[in-house]
Ligand binder design. Structure first.
Ligand SMILES: Nc1ncnc2c1ncn2[C@@H]1O[C@H](COP(=O)(O)OP(=O)(O)O)[C@@H](O)[C@H]1O
Ligand SMILES: [Mg+2]
Length: 375
C-alpha cells in the first residue's frame, strides 16, 4: 500500500478517506454548496475536525479537476494586511511555480499591488512580504488577487480557516472589505470556518453585520459513537489487534466525543497494545495527562486564583450549570458572584471556557481531565 502510515489513527490533518471517519453527510453538504455556487460557513468547538474535513473536500475537488483550490489559515493574523498577505501567500503557493502556467505575469501583478517578492534560495520558491513603501489600499490588493483568480479558466475555491480572526482586527472595516471581496467575483467560491462559535454565528447571522445571510451555516457535531466504533474496530481488526467494546465507549466518553482526543487515545492504544482493555486505557490516559503536564503547569501565571477555581469547578462538574447560583458558589467556594461572573467572562473571551446553551465546559478536553485529576 502506498504511503500507508504505521498507525491508522492520525493526529494531524487529512491523509485519505481510509483514515478518515465518516463525515459523509457534511462532506456532501459542502460539495453541494460548492457545486451550486453557495458559500459555506463551518463552525464548531475546537478539534472536532473542521480543518481536516475541509482539506478532504479540497483534495478531492482538486483531484477531480473541476476546480482549483486554495487553503488559507488565518489563525495567526492580527490585521487586515496580515490576512491579505496570508491569502497572497496561499495563492503564490498554488500558482507561483513556473509549472502552474500562471508564471511571470502573476508575479508582476503581485509586485504592483504592494507585495515584495523574493525567491527563497533554498527552495527556489517565491516568498512574499508586504512592501514597506506606501502601497495600494488593502481593498485594492485584495481586488487584484481576486481578479487574477477570477480570470482562471476553472472555478476557484478558497477556504479561509479560523475566519473569526477577521472580527478581532482593530480597523473595524475588515469585515466589510472581505464581504465586498467575496461578493465581487462569481467564479470564486468560499468556505469560511472557525472555532469561535459565538463570533462565527454573530458574523453571519446578525442583521447589521456585512456577512449577514451571505452563506450557508453548519455547526459540526461530534462524530456519533456508533460510527466511531465501526471505524476504530475496523482498524484494530485489520492489524489483528483487539479492542474491548467498553473501552471504545470509555474513550468516547472521556474525550467528550472530541475527534482529536479520540484519535489521540486510539493512536496510543494501537501503538502500544495488542489487546486494548480497560487497564491499557487507564495507562494511556495517565500518559496523556503526564505528557501535557508541562503545558498546563505553565498556565499558572495565566489565570487569577478565581479563574483557577472557576476552571476547576467547571471541570469537576462537567458540565457546570448555573455557575452564579448560591449553591454552586458555595459548593466550590468561589466567592462573590460578581467576581466569578467577570472571571467567567474573561475565560470565555479567551476561549478557555465555552458555553453551550446553559452548560459551561472547559474547551480543551485534556485540560479539563487534567484539572479534574489534580483536584
Ligand atoms: N473524520 C475524522 N476521522 C479521523 N480523524 C479526524 C477526523 N476529523 C478530524 N480528525 C483528526 O482530528 C484532529 C482535529 O481535527 P481538526 O480538523 O484539526 O479540527 P478543527 O479544525 O475542528 O479544530 C486532527 O488530528 C485530525 O487529523
Ligand atoms: Mg482547524
Amino acid at each position: 500500500m502506498k504511503n500507508a502510515p504505521n498507525n491508522p489513527f492520525l493526529l494531524l490533518g487529512y491523509h485519505r478517506r481510509k483514515y478518515f471517519c465518516n463525515r459523509n453527510d457534511e462532506i456532501k453538504w459542502l460539495e453541494d454548496n460548492l457545486q451550486n455556487g453557495r458559500n459555506s460557513v463551518l463552525f464548531s468547538l475546537r478539534r472536532l475536525g473542521k480543518t481536516a474535513m475541509i482539506q478532504c473536500v479540497l483534495k478531492e475537488l482538486e483531484r477531480s479537476g473541476k476546480a482549483e483550490v486554495i487553503f488559507v489559515d488565518l489563525l495567526a493574523t492580527q490585521t487586515t494586511e496580515d490576512a491579505i498577505l496570508q491569502i497572497a501567500r496561499a495563492v503564490v503557493q498554488r500558482y507561483g511555480k513556473a509549472s502552474s502556467g500562471a508564471g511571470t505575469a502573476f508575479m508582476k501583478m503581485l509586485g504592483k499591488v504592494g507585495f515584495d517578492i523574493s525567491i527563497d534560495p533554498m527552495t527556489g520558491l517565491p516568498s512574499l512580504s508586504m512592501g514597506l513603501r506606501q502601497g495600494p489600499s488593502p481593498a485594492h490588493s485584495l481586488e487584484s488577487l481576486g481578479a487574477f483568480l477570477a480570470a482562471r479558466k476553472m472555478p476557484v475555491v478558497i477556504a479561509m480557516d479560523e475566519f473569526q480572526q477577521v472580527c478581532t482586527f482593530e480597523k473595524e472595516n475588515a469585515e466589510a472589505i472581505f464581504r465586498t471581496w467575496a461578493q465581487q467575483f462569481a467564479q470564486i467560491h468560499f468556505i469560511f470556518s472557525g472555532s469561535h462559535r459565538q463570533m462565527m454565528m454573530s458574523m453571519f447571522a446578525e442583521k447589521n453585520r456585512p456577512f449577514y445571510r451571505s452563506a450557508q451555516l453548519k455547526e459540526l457535531q461530534p462524530i456519533p459513537l456508533d460510527e466511531y466504533r465501526t471505524f476504530i474496530t475496523r482498524h484494530f481488526k485489520a492489524a489483528k489487534k483487539k479492542i474491548d467494546g467498553e473501552v471504545v465507549d470509555e474513550i468516547y466518553r472521556w474525550s467528550r466525543g472530541q475527534t482529536y482526543c479520540v484519535q489521540l487515545l486510539c493512536n496510543r492504544l494501537y501503538g502500544s497494545f495488542e489487546h486494548a482493555n480497560t487497564e491499557a486505557l487507564n495507562r494511556v490516559k495517565q500518559e496523556v495527562l503526564q505528557q501535557e503536564n508541562n503545558v498546563f503547569i505553565n498556565y499558572f501565571n495565566l489565570f487569577t486564583s478565581t479563574q483557577w477555581n472557576v476552571l476547576r469547578a467547571i471541570a469537576k462538574e462537567e458540565p457546570l450549570v448555573n455557575p452564579l447560583s448560591k449553591e454552586v458558589l458555595l459548593r466550590h467556594q468561589l466567592g462573590a458572584a460578581s467576581t466569578v461572573a467577570s472571571a467567567l467572562k474573561q475565560l470565555q473571551n479567551k476561549e478557555f471556557v465555552v458555553q453551550l446553551g446553559d452548560e459551561f465546559l472547559v474547551h480543551d478536553v485534556v485540560f479539563a481531565r487534567w484539572l479534574r485529576h489534580r483536584g
